[in-house]
Design a protein around this ligand. Structure first.
Ligand SMILES: NC(=O)c1ccc[n+]([C@@H]2O[C@H](COP(=O)([O-])OP(=O)(O)OC[C@H]3O[C@@H](n4cnc5c(N)ncnc54)[C@H](O)[C@@H]3O)[C@@H](O)[C@H]2O)c1
Length: 331
C-alpha cells in the first residue's frame, strides 16, 4: 500500500500526532507518514479498541513514538499535543450498537475527550487539526447522494457524538481561529481492521466468519446500501487535510468516500467470490440506529482538499481479502 504520494511538502521537519494511532485507520495513517519520512509521528492511544500489533512494526523507526494515555484526561491530551505541528484525531469509541448499549461511555470519550483534544491542540499552537467524523451524522436525511450541508436527525448516541464534534470544531474555528477540518468517513475498510469482538465492522467480520465457516448474520434484508471506502482513500484525505493551507478549507466538514454504493448482499457475494466460498448467510432483524442507504457526494473534498479516491470498492476489497487470507494463513 501507499505507493502513491498524496503530498508535495517535505515532511522531515514536521511533527504529527495521530490519536487512536493503534487502531485501524490511525495505524494506516502512521504507516503513510513514516514511509514518507515524517520527522516525528507520535501515537496517543489507551488501547481500548486499538492493538499494539498494529504498530509493533514501527517501533524500530526513530521518528516513531508511542504515548499511552486517555483522551478523557486533559493532562494526557496536553502531553500528546506538546511540540506537534499537525494532528489527525482518530481516537474515539466507534460502533452504533456500542453507543446504544453504553451511551455514557461514548459521550465521555467521543465528546468530552474531543473537547479535551481541541483545547490541548489550541494551547499547544498546533497548525492544523483534522478529526474523524462519520456519515452517521446524516441520520434520517433521505436524499442521495449525501451533501455536507443537508443533514437529518441523528439515529444513535454515536451519531450524536460525531455531530457534537462538528459543532465544537466549528466553534473552536470561529472563536479561536483554529485551522480545523472534519472528515465524514463512509464505511472505511481495509487491512488492520479488527475482525474480533461484539462490535466488529461488517467487512472484516464477514471475511473472518466465512473463512472459519462460522455462522454469518446479515441484518434486515441485506438490501441496505453503503459507500464502502478503502482505507487508503481515508489516509489520503487525512494527509491532504493535515497539510492543507487553503484558508477556505478550514472550519469545514468533508464527505470522505468513493461516491459509489453497494448493498450488503452485493458485498457478501463479492467476498464469497474472492474466497471461492458457497457459505450461506443467516438473515436476522434490522439493527436499531442504522441508516438505510448511504452514498456520498465527494465534490467538496475534491475541490477544497484535492481529494481523489484511488481505490474503488472492488480493488479495495481484493487487497483486504488477500490481507486477511495471509493473516489467517500465518496463524
Ligand atoms: N471505520 C469506519 O468505518 C469509520 C466510519 C466513520 C467514522 N469512523 C471514525 O474514525 C475513527 C477511527 O476509527 P477506527 O475504525 O480506526 O476505530 P478503532 O477502534 O480501530 O480506532 C480507534 C482508536 O481510538 C483509541 N481510543 C479509544 N478510546 C480512547 C481514549 N479514551 N483515549 C485514547 N485513545 C482511545 C482506541 O484504542 C483505538 O486505537 C474513529 O473516530 C471512528 O469513530 C470510523
Amino acid at each position: 500500500m501507499f505507493e502513491t504520494k498524496y503530498h508535495t511538502k517535505d515532511l522531515s521537519q514536521a511533527s504529527f500526532l495521530v490519536s487512536g494511532g493503534a487502531g485501524f485507520i490511525g495505524s494506516n495513517i502512521v504507516e503513510y507518514l513514516l514511509k514518507n519520512g515524517a520527522g516525528k509521528v507520535r501515537v496517543f492511544d489507551n488501547l481500548a479498541t486499538g492493538r499494539m500489533s498494529n504498530i509493533d512494526e514501527f517501533q524500530s523507526n526513530r521518528a516513531f513514538e508511542f504515548m499511552e494515555g486517555d483522551l478523557r484526561k486533559l493532562d494526557d491530551c496536553r502531553k500528546a499535543c506538546a511540540g506537534i505541528d499537525f494532528v489527525s484525531h482518530q481516537a474515539a469509541l466507534g460502533s452504533v450498537p456500542r453507543s446504544i448499549n453504553e451511551p455514557w461511555n461514548t459521550n465521555d470519550v467521543n465528546v468530552s475527550g474531543f473537547v479535551n483534544m481541541l483545547s490541548a491542540a489550541k494551547d499547544a499552537g498546533v497548525k492544523n487539526f483534522v478529526y474523524a467524523s462519520s456519515s452517521s451524522v446524516y441520520g434520517d436525511e433521505k436524499s442521495l447522494p449525501k451533501v455536507e450541508d443537508k443533514i437529518g436527525k441523528q439515529l444513535s448516541p454515536y451519531a450524536v457524538s460525531k455531530y457534537a464534534n462538528e459543532l465544537y470544531a466549528d466553534v473552536f474555528h470561529k472563536v479561536y481561529g483554529m485551522n480545523i477540518l472534519g472528515l465524514r468517513y463512509f464505511n472505511i475498510f481495509g487491512p488492520k481492521q479488527d475482525p474480533n469482538g461484539q462490535y466488529a465492522a461488517v467487512i472484516p467480520l464477514f471475511v473472518s466468519k466465512i473463512m472459519k465457516q462460522e455462522e454469518v448474520f446479515i441484518d434486515g434484508d441485506g438490501e441496505q446500501t453503503r459507500d464502502f471506502t478503502f482505507v487508503e482513500n481515508a489516509v489520503q484525505a487525512n494527509v491532504r487535510a493535515m497539510l492543507c493551507d487553503h484558508p477556505e478549507a478550514f472550519g469545514q466538514v468533508y464527505n470522505i468516500a468513493v461516491g459509489e454504493n453497494f448493498s450488503v448482499n452485493q458485498l457478501y457475494s463479492s467476498i464469497q467470490q474472492l474466497l471461492k466460498s458457497t457459505h450461506v448467510p443467516t438473515y436476522r432483524e434490522t439493527r436499531k440506529g442504522d441508516v438505510r442507504n448511504s452514498l456520498a457526494d465527494i465534490s467538496k473534498a475534491e475541490k477544497l482538499l484535492g481529494y481523489e479516491p484511488k481505490f474503488d470498492f472492488k480493488k479495495g476489497l481484493e487487497i483486504t481479502v488477500s490481507y486477511f487470507k495471509a493473516l489467517y494463513a500465518s496463524g
